[in-house]
Design a binder for this molecule. Structure first.
Ligand SMILES: Cc1cc2nc3c(=O)[nH]c(=O)nc-3n(C[C@H](O)[C@H](O)[C@H](O)COP(=O)(O)O)c2cc1C
Length: 270
């Protein structure tokens, strides 16, 4: 994930590409749960009055008694549907990338010398690289590439927020990087990595190797966060410690310096 700086705000096109959106999840979850209830009700009525199969067999004293086999089937189906609804409601309770994202965005904005533009790769929703031409030719045929190119082109510096997956950085970030070429040229990048014991440092090192192919300058100061679960409070909010705060401040300072230092190079390249 990247935070390009001094780029345009993502346009309406990017907004419509949201994949995981809190509002959609809530309405989807509630709708699924309501549908589950209606299916259960219709099932009970159909069984009882059309098929003459009682879902709940009345006991001798006239009260509703034990469930029949059909009753169990309908209950299982309704429960499965309701569970799907509940999953929808709870999906956005898995917030690690957004949690770190939010923290570093706040710190960058608080400085006042960065105009921060946020690009969440989940929202950008790029497909696997699908341009027919090499990105250095800049002959993009897809709108999603043109949108992504405009964001990166307009940025003077980047912050990548990455998890460590199997000792490397995540595939979505690599895919997004590979889409473009000259847009990255002669711009600095800071890295915020997170993971378990290694704090995402292996992922960060791997990212630096890839960035160097595109002449992005990774700044030396970085934020590397180990054992992310320990950094969250019971509501899933990030509890940044002093080490993280100092590392973020140092990284942002260096990023600002390099953004200025590389400006003449960018001007001569264009
Ligand atoms: C497929 C996968 C592989 C992972 N591999 C590593 C790893 O090699 N080293 C590590 O420190 N953490 C690893 N993790 C943990 C993540 O870096 C991180 O702690 C977190 O669980 C990922 O959160 P996110 O996927 O919500 O961003 C892995 C997680 C996943 C899902």
């Amino acid at each position: 994930m990247t935070i390009p700086m001094r780029g345009p705000e993502p346009g309406p096109e990017l907004e419509t590409q949201r994949r995981i959106d809190e509002k959609t999840l809530w309405s989807g979850g509630v709708a699924t749960a309501v549908v589950a209830g209606l299916i259960a009700l219709v099932g009970i009525l159909v069984c009882r009055w059309l098929l003459k199969v009682p879902i709940l067999s009345p006991s001798r004293d006239g009260a509703w008694g034990d469930a029949s086999t059909a009753g169990y089937v309908f209950a299982a189906a309704a429960t499965a549907l309701a569970a799907t609804g509940l999953m929808n409601l709870l999906l956005f309770a898995t917030p690690y990338p957004r949690v770190f994202f939010g923290w570093i965005i706040d710190r960058a904005r608080a400085r006042g010398d960065f105009e921060v533009v946020v690009t969440d790769l989940a929202e950008l929703n790029l497909p696997m690289f699908d341009e027919p031409n090499h990105p250095r030719l800049h002959q993009y045929v897809h709108q999603h590439t043109k949108d992504w190119s405009a964001i990166v082109e307009a940025s003077d510096a980047f912050i990548f927020v990455i998890p460590e997956y199997n000792y490397g950085f995540n595939a979505a970030t690599k895919n997004a990087i590979d889409y473009l070429n000259s847009e990255w040229l002669n711009k600095p990048a800071g890295i915020v990595s997170y993971g378990a014991v290694a704090a995402g440092t292996r992922a960060a090192q791997m990212l630096k190797q890839v960035l160097s192919a595109l002449k992005v300058v990774p700044v030396t100061d970085s934020v590397n966060i180990p054992f992310i679960r320990e950094k969250l409070d019971e509501d899933g909010r990030l509890k940044p410690n002093e080490i993280m705060e100092q590392a973020a401040a140092a990284m942002l300072d260096e990023l600002a310096r390099w953004a200025e230092a590389l400006r003449p190079l960018r001007a001569s390249a264009s």
